[in-house]
Ligand binder design. Structure first.
Ligand code: MG
Ligand code: MG
Length: 254
């Protein structure tokens, strides 16, 4: 049974995934420039769709499971899967944008949280620590390590800082479709999980809450919010396992 559902990518396939990731990274850079007070989440979403299509890509999220946007845009206590629309971004918001690109049949998936204007110090620290959690998780994404090592690194850093690690949503394999095996928890799942091997490509995506790790889903059928309505942050990269250091496919660096 071991590994039988995990799709190992060839070096050529990983190069194609990198090209997809480059479009996504550039799209996130563009969104970062535009994620300001006064713009609506729907306007941001349109910018992303136009950007991806103008670069030959397809917005992976649009229509995925019926999702109506190119991006998930989740503000403050919204954790992930926020639906873009009429909401106007305000000074003092933190805005998590998750987006996916399909280019030449290969998917990339990445998320960033933006601070808009002034936010309290603990919220600023939440965003910073969540990004640090992502890179600590990525550092464990090496051949010979196990899926569990990623979650342990993320959880340790988040909880050391007093934050809550979301349990019910996890990272995942990426390839020709957005969600492949294996699942990649952001916490110690209690067993080693799959051994990481060269050619695996995974999305590592810590979702970290200011306090409680608990979340629930709104009646819109998509948006997850924190149980205590305190803020949440989310960072994600698509990462290839190599012989040596992990290769991030969605950071715009070749
Ligand atoms: Mg994502
Ligand atoms: Mg993902």
């Amino acid at each position: 049974m071991k590994h039988d559902k995990i799709k190992i990518k060839t070096p050529q396939e990983i190069e194609l995934m990198k090209k997809s990731g480059n479009v996504l990274s550039a799209c996130h850079d563009m969104l970062a420039q535009n994620c300001r007070a006064g713009i609506t989440t729907g306007e941001l979403d349109k910018l992303a769709e136009e950007f991806i299509r103008s670069h030959g890509g397809i917005p992976t999220f649009l229509g995925y499971g019926g999702f109506p946007g190119t991006c998930c845009i989740s503000i403050n206590d919204e954790v992930v899967h926020g639906i873009p629309g009429k909401r106007v971004i305000q000074d003092g918001d933190i805005v998590s944008i998750d987006c996916g690109v399909t280019l030449n049949g290969w998917v990339s998936d990445a998320a960033r949280t933006h601070i808009v204007g002034e936010v309290p110090e603990d919220v600023r620290r939440l965003v910073k620590v969540t990004e640090e959690c992502l890179y600590l998780g990525i550092a464990q994404a090496k051949a010979g390590n196990y899926i569990r090592d990623i979650g342990v690194a993320v959880q340790d850093h988040a909880e050391k800082n007093g934050f809550g690690v979301v349990r019910v949503l996890v990272g995942h394999g990426v390839g020709r479709v957005m969600h492949e095996e294996p699942t990649v928890p952001n916490f110690d799942c209690g067993f080693k999980g799959e051994e990481l091997r060269k050619g695996m490509v995974i999305a590592i995506e810590p979702m970290i809450n200011l306090r409680t790790f608990r979340v629930y889903q709104l009646d819109d059928g998509w948006t997850y919010v924190t149980g205590d309505h305190k803020p949440s942050a989310h960072f994600e990269h698509t990462v290839a396992i190599t012989d040596g250091e992990p290769r991030i496919l969605t950071n715009g660096i070749d």
